[in-house]
Design a binder for this molecule. Structure first.
Ligand code: GCB
Length: 606
């Protein structure tokens, strides 16, 4: 009983900093989609938000002529209203604005979106939630002229209850989206990817009963593949002392639990004859949770992931992670990837390469990627954009990182494919940064003790002997898996010396090389010592792969990267021209020579 109370307190305290509790498995609930064309107004000076004294409009000034969230219309011909959503152009949601409107290609700032809608089968006795898959970066959300809420963080889902503001017909939803970069945000000012702005993932309305299933975690118990454990959390007036039924028909599980006064209940039960989820057997079970007025069905795989010395064990067996790093971009269409079709393209290429694993860099990708990886048997490294030079001593910045981490874990904690939470990428070592990352790791472990913790660290050559590479980072002691990016032959070191380098790793943990790579312009051919040629990239892979294979405890690699991706840092013409060229596939979908080098390396791994 004490255990139950403590757990429920833990969840309450962890989520106090977050917005509103995320609806678990909204992905498989029926909802009313608000995807489609939305009107938009580009607002460089944030005129729709601030008055001419730079005070936020409170919406009462006469006649609200510039408070865009009011969606005012002139009442007579003398009225002054200096904006009109309905006369403004439209763009498609989900979608970034950069790839939809040439004028907005480089734009970083505020864009206001408006969607008018009626609620299908509206029922005044129900509760209604508005859910966003992601908005980059900050979203101020208004319904029918009133503020619903604010969300900060460009790659994680959020929802608001909107029952109190919703009507059956003629609703108008207005979202102010701001993707300006800032030093104290996560990510910070500098990234090596395109800062696509907009409502980049699905927008959906969910109709719920007065009491509904808000959250649950149903996973194998840590270190015990014969037991499922987790919890179920209800929301609503009658959440206390409710009967909750949980079935997994294929495993002959049919259990009933009773919630405590907070609507919370710990679940724990033995399971027999489980067909464990793996890269070769991506088995997902139907899991149904029912209360008197709500039912959710999920598809959940059961597997264990742990480390033992220098090995990663999937279901108790050693696994080598044949991976590739991926950015969330559909380069052939142009823009941020978001749909199931986009996921099929990216993960389809990964499969073709022979991968059983992907690193979703450098921020949480859309849920279609995770759901598809779950179905395809592709293990996943998930990451938050704590990238390069975050403000380590800024508490607000820490809170933003922790919120993104919590929202990611909250969304994906029931997905078997997801095995590693990455806290950061290539962050410079310091005491403050160690505290920051250690606190993140502690939070991740509190929220989910069934997955591994890592971060992409960096290596460097030893002073006495530059051919010996080491990782000097105190955070290595905190992680479960030691991962680092290494660019020998590209950023430092000569390509023809790769064969002479080796890594000295004195920590008893598995090693993943989270990145290595070289830039090549697809179709540019030269001798293999010529930078930017496909041959140079091919040679780097040919030299690097066998060298990495000798690292004691090497348990996986995710070369950088699957596809060329847009980056404002990459200006060299004609080779880069706005693209990071370390992809194995070009923006036209053509494979470079190194694609086949990696493919045959993976083929030859037993
Ligand atoms: C890195 C970063 C990655 C960059 C890559 C590069 O180490 O983690 O985001 O894109 O190097 O190409 O320089």
């Amino acid at each position: 009983m004490k255990y139950i109370v403590n757990l429920s307190l833990l969840f309450i305290s962890i989520f106090t900093f977050a917005n509103e509790q995320l609806l678990q498995n909204s992905y498989l609930r029926n909802g009313q989609s608000l995807n489609g064309r939305w009107h938009y107004i580009v607002d460089v000076y944030e005129t729709g938000y601030y008055n001419y004294r730079m005070e936020p409009h409170d919406g009462t000034e006469n006649p609200g002529s510039s408070a865009y969230f009011l969606n005012k219309k002139p009442q007579n011909k003398t009225d002054r209203v200096e904006y009109d959503f309905d006369a403004a152009p439209t763009m498609v949601v989900p979608g970034d604005w950069n790839s939809q409107e040439e004028k907005l290609f480089y734009y970083e700032g505020t864009v206001w979106y408006k969607k008018s809608f009626n609620v299908e089968n509206y029922d005044a006795s129900k509760r209604y939630y508005l859910h966003f898959g992601a908005v980059n970066y900050k979203a101020d959300v208004y319904l029918n002229g009133k503020k619903l809420g604010v969300h900060v963080g460009g790659f994680t889902p959020f929802n608001f209850e909107m029952t109190h503001l919703l009507q059956e017909k003629d609703n108008f939803l207005i979202v102010k989206v701001d993707n300006k970069r800032a030093a104290d945000e996560v990510p910070t000012l500098s990234t090596d990817w395109w800062n696509y702005g907009g409502i980049t993932r699905d927008v959906t309305i969910y109709e719920l009963d007065d009491t509904f299933i808000e959250d649950y975690k149903i996973q194998l118990t840590k270190n015990n593949n014969k037991e499922v454990s987790g919890y179920i959390q209800l929301n609503g007036e009658n959440k206390g002392a409710q009967k909750v039924n949980l079935t997994i028909p294929e495993l002959k599980i049919d259990k009933t639990f009773t919630t405590d006064a907070n609507g919370f209940v710990v679940v724990k039960f033995p399971v027999k004859r489980v067909s464990y989820w793996s890269d070769t057997n991506p088995k997902l079970y139907d899991v149904n949770i029912t209360i008197s007025k709500d039912k959710v069905s999920d598809k959940i795989g059961f597997r264990t992931i742990e480390t033992s010395g220098k090995q990663i064990l999937l279901n108790g067996e050693k696994i080598f992670l044949k991976g590739i790093s991926i950015h969330e971009e559909n380069v052939m269409r142009g823009g941020r990837a978001w749909s199931m079709e986009d996921a099929q393209v990216l993960l389809g290429w990964a499969k073709e390469l022979g991968c059983n694993y992907v690193r979703l860099a450098h921020y949480p990708h859309n849920e279609n990627m995770i759901r598809l990886a779950d179905q395809m048997g592709i293990l996943v490294w998930e990451e938050i954009p704590v990238y390069w030079t975050i403000q380590w001593t800024n508490t607000e910045t820490y809170n933003k990182a922790e919120t993104q981490l919590s929202e990611l874990i909250q969304r994906d904690k029931n997905r078997a494919c997801s095995i590693i939470w990455s806290m950061a990428n290539e962050t410079p070592t310091s005491k403050e940064r160690l505290t920051f990352l250690t606190n993140l790791a502690t939070t991740a472990r509190k929220l989910d003790d069934t997955r591994l913790i890592s971060a992409a660290l960096e290596d460097h050559g030893k002073k006495e002997n530059k051919n010996i590479m080491i990782v000097e980072d105190e955070f290595a002691k905190v992680v479960d898996v030691l991962s680092f990016n290494q660019y020998y032959g590209w950023y430092g070191g000569k390509i023809d010396n790769i064969k002479n380098i080796r890594w000295e790793i004195d920590i008893d943990k598995p090693v993943i090389i989270s990145e290595f790579g070289a830039g090549a312009l697809q179709g540019y051919h030269a001798d293999n010592m010529t930078r930017w040629s496909e041959e140079f990239q091919e040679l780097l892979y040919q030299e690097t792969l066998p060298t990495l294979a000798k690292i004691p405890g090497i348990s996986g690699i995710t070369p950088w990267t699957l596809v060329d991706f847009r980056s404002p840092r990459r200006t060299l013409i004609p080779y880069q021209d706005g693209w990071n060229r370390k992809g194995l596939i070009s923006e036209t979908g053509n494979k470079k020579k190194a694609f086949y080098t990696l493919q045959s390396f993976y083929k030859n791994i037993k």
